[in-house]
Write a new protein. Structure first.
Lengths: 114, 111
């Protein structure tokens, strides 16, 4: 069966520090991968999505970036965090065939920028 | 791009009563409309979805209706139970791999 791993679960970082959140999927190949941010009152905001290695679509202009160095690995990064980057970050995947368009979320990372 | 509006932001209903959450979308090319439930401290999980070629879909106490002309869709929960308390998200997609969510509805089931 397919599983998605996301880490770390919680992170406290000072303003101006770098960020790296990692997500990996097991049990499937060529998944679509997504990064969402959940902030109070703003629902699930799509940040990036990827349909293949090296293919990244950005939805929100910001100081965050994403990379997909391997088929089942998705990384969210920042060179310098802002206070406004605080939030709950969720990685998700969707597959092919019967699971097409059905999102499966990771357990999330609670990021606090101080 | 697609924009999904969801109402209400908070909803309280007596246990046993029905709950209705409504969403509108802007992109007429959207053809897939899922609903996700997020319990406190947990990840969102798909509970029901509907495609644009049908107007209604039901799964036990949960149903979703879609009006493509008006570009709105709704989630209906009947005979609500305490375990229905959660945040519910609607979403829309036109099949280009991008899924856009509404801001969520916090549903409280009152004893």
């Amino acid at each position: 069966s397919q599983t998605i791993h996301q880490w770390p679960a919680t992170l406290v970082q000072p303003v101006g520090s770098p960020l790296s959140l990692e997500c990996t999927v097991e049990g499937t190949s060529n998944p679509n991968l997504y990064w969402y941010r959940q902030a109070a009152g703003r629902g699930l905001q799509l940040l990036f999505y990827s349909v293949g290695i090296g293919q990244i679509s950005s939805e929100v202009p910001q100081n965050l970036s994403a990379s997909r160095p391997q088929d089942r690995q998705f990384i969210l990064s920042s060179k310098k965090l802002l206070l406004s980057d605080s939030g709950f970050y969720l990685c998700a995947w969707s597959g092919q065939g019967a699971t097409y368009e059905k999102l499966f979320f990771g357990s999330g990372t609670q990021l606090s920028v101080l | 791009g697609e924009n999904v509006e969801q109402h209400p932001s908070t909803l309280s209903v007596q246990e046993g009563d029905s709950a209705v959450i409504k969403c509108t979308y802007s992109d007429s090319a959207s053809n897939y409309f899922p609903w996700y439930k997020q319990e406190l401290g947990k990840r969102p999980q798909l509970i029901i979805d509907i495609r644009s070629n049908v107007g209604e879909k039901k799964d036990q106490r949960i149903a979703v209706t879609l009006n493509k002309t008006a570009k709105h869709f709704s989630l209906h929960i009947t005979e609500t139970q305490p375990e229905d308390s959660a945040v519910y998200f609607c979403a829309a997609s036109r099949g280009d791999d991008k899924i856009i969510f509404g801001k969520g509805t916090r549903l409280h089931i009152l004893p």
